[in-house]
Design a binder for this molecule. Sequence first.
Ligand SMILES: C[S@@+](CC[C@H](N)C(=O)[O-])C[C@H]1O[C@@H](n2cnc3c(N)ncnc32)[C@H](O)[C@@H]1O
Length: 254
Amino acid sequence: MSGRLVVIGLGPGNPDQVTPEASQAVAEASFFYGYKPYLDRLDLRPDQTRVASDNREEISRSNAALEMAASGHKVAVVSGGDPGVFAMAAAVCEAIEAGPREWRDIELSVVPGVTAMLAVAARVGAPLGHDFCAINLSDNLKPWDLIERRLIAVAEAGFVISLYNPISKARPWQLGSALETLRNHLPAATPVIFGRAAGRPDERIEVFSLAKADAAKADMATCVVIGSPETRLIERDGKRPLVYTPRFSAGATK
Ligand SMILES: C[S@@+](CC[C@H](N)C(=O)[O-])C[C@H]1O[C@@H](n2cnc3c(N)ncnc32)[C@H](O)[C@@H]1O
């Protein structure tokens, strides 16, 4: 008997940014698997069960959730932001691919959420108005030299870059090194947005030039958005500057 597994994106942390589809999926599930701070965001009923795990246990969490779904239950795995962006949807797919054949019969669905870079971008204007990319700065699952090569390639290609997982206690130097690398490939005045805890009560949004961007301003709850050479800053009296990347690029003919 196979049940259902839904991977739900809970958005950046603001209850108003949880989609109606995500709320409906939460209401319909019986067992909830996730990192404790994400489970803490849910207002579950007494008949709903939560199974919390540490944030580095994505595969064992996925396996446990899939086993529960395979035995016929309605199971939810929750993620912050969007579950497909550096989060649980890929971990669940990895577990299905490596796991027993019957897990492929489980009815799987993924409910999207507002990802961090969109929540941060919305606070300052439109830095993602032209081509952009997202890079996970954690070198837990990929080597640092690959991250550096990607940073240089996308900076030189003119992409705005959103950095997820910029820094942690175990990874204290990587963001500083990334900014140093980017200073060699982007103009010193390139706007850099440090968007911390976007949408939550402890939100902090700051904009610096690349020359002045200091890695110490970021923590684990920060998404760092680095402009392209075309990203612009509009100063405003008494207000945070607007940061935007025009929809057209130099050389556009239409
Ligand atoms: C493991 S990734 C998960 C990303 C998530 N799935 C998403 O779509 O936003 C965690 C990283 O997301 C970013 N992040 C998550 N929530 C955030 C928020 N409310 N404000 C700023 N950055 C956030 C931070 O860079 C953090 O280190």
